[in-house]
Unconditional design. Structure first.
Length: 383
């Protein structure tokens, strides 16, 4: 919503915002591309930029936000000058070959070492990209292509995973008067010369964040989560149907291809299910802020959880409760979802644990522990 408003002709209000390092990274990058953004407690007022007429070299700091980086590289290609993207943590080592190939195929500059430097305008035309690396590349092109002078077609090579995230992008583009035609399951037609129109929008509640409370509710005590849209297109809404499977006394199999962000907290849920859980199509968890499969294996084994994995699957044989004779020290792996997942595990365990590196939650959900305390979760915070 912030990106669409920043590309719009006029002034927009984007409401129901919870600020985090990822959101702040997107805001600062859109300002570097010419938008004017005023931040208030729960909303932003945004005056859009004409991205096609920006001149001069720019530097965009994405911090650790993979979505910010991948969403904005195509848009930044329209700047008449050199654009440098900076990042922290594992960001610059996450897969980016899709864009590198696109730029080099069009004889444009793309250089990646400690930073990514691009120069030259991506052109309208026929684009064919892999659908099993990250939906963020698809969304990045969908933000740009409607602005270009001629029409474009975007083909997604199967398997097309995380399509639900692209559907969210399409839905937001439509709110800002951008029309993308879905030709079939793997082809989009994008008419050129379109103009983003300013719009006041409310950001819907986030199912990927709600999932931590949904699992806590299932394992511990009922919790009510407000501001959730039951008709949402979010792929992570799958948590609701997954929890229904866990109400049954049987083995469970989960396909993670359309909801990868649920991976860590589903490992926690599976740990407390006294049957076998098999999580399929999980390989993209290895390319996040941490290798989330390895991280969850490492931390859950400290609690003696029976967890094993292959490159693309996770298998957990759970049990009803966990209790250790000594304090369990959990490492957060500088990963917000690992910290939040292991907090939920610890709240449900029969003995105490300490999570180190817990400040990683500021990436996406700075108020997480405050919300845990508000529902009487027994958490003590240390500087």
């Amino acid at each position: 919503a912030i990106i669409c408003a920043s590309l719009s002709k006029g002034v927009s209000k984007v409401g129901n915002i919870t600020y985090s390092k990822d959101i702040d990274a997107t805001i600062s990058c859109m300002e570097a591309l010419g938008a004017h953004i005023e931040k208030f407690d729960t909303y932003c007022i945004i005056s859009g930029t004409d991205i096609l007429n920006q001149t001069g070299d720019r530097c965009l700091d994405c911090h650790e936000s993979g979505s910010t980086l991948r969403f904005l590289i195509p848009l930044a290609s329209q700047v008449k000058g050199k654009v440098t993207f900076k990042g922290q943590g594992r960001l610059m080592s996450r897969p980016m070959e899709i864009y590198e190939t696109l730029f080099k195929n069009q004889n444009l500059v793309y250089q990646q070492e400690d930073t990514i430097q691009i120069q030259g305008n991506l052109k309208p035309g026929y684009y064919s990209i892999k659908g099993d690396v990250s939906s963020q590349f698809i969304s990045g092109l969908l933000f740009l292509l409607p602005l270009l002078k001629q029409d474009s077609t975007l083909e997604i090579l199967p398997p097309y995973e995380s399509k639900s995230y692209v559907d969210l992008t399409l839905s937001m583009l439509k709110q800002f008067q951008i029309q993308i035609d879905t030709l079939d399951e793997t082809h989009y037609f994008i008419k050129g010369n379109q103009v983003y129109q300013a719009k006041d929008v409310l950001v819907e509640g986030d199912y990927s964040q709600m999932a931590f409370f949904a699992v806590l509710s299932h394992l511990n005590h009922p919790v009510t989560c407000l501001n959730m849209d039951p008709e949402s297109l979010q792929g992570d809404k799958a948590i609701l149907s997954i929890l229904k499977d866990y109400e049954k006394k049987k083995d469970v199999t989960i396909d993670l291809s359309n909801c990868p962000d649920l991976g860590p907290v589903l490992c926690v849920l599976a740990s407390y299910h006294p049957y076998k859980t098999t999580i399929l199509h999980a390989q993209r968890l290895r390319m996040k802020e941490s290798d989330r499969i390895e991280a969850m294996e490492t931390e859950l084994r400290k609690w003696k959880v029976d967890i094993t994995s292959t490159y693309d699957t996770i298998t957990i044989h759970g049990k009803n409760e966990y209790k250790m004779d000594e304090m369990v020290y959990i490492h957060g792996h500088n990963d917000h979802r690992i910290v939040m997942a292991m907090c939920i595990f610890g709240l449900c365990a029969k003995s105490e644990s300490i999570i180190e590196d817990a400040q990683a939650i500021t990436k996406s959900y700075p108020g997480f522990f405050k919300d845990i305390l508000n529902i009487n979760g027994k958490v003590t915070l240390y500087d």
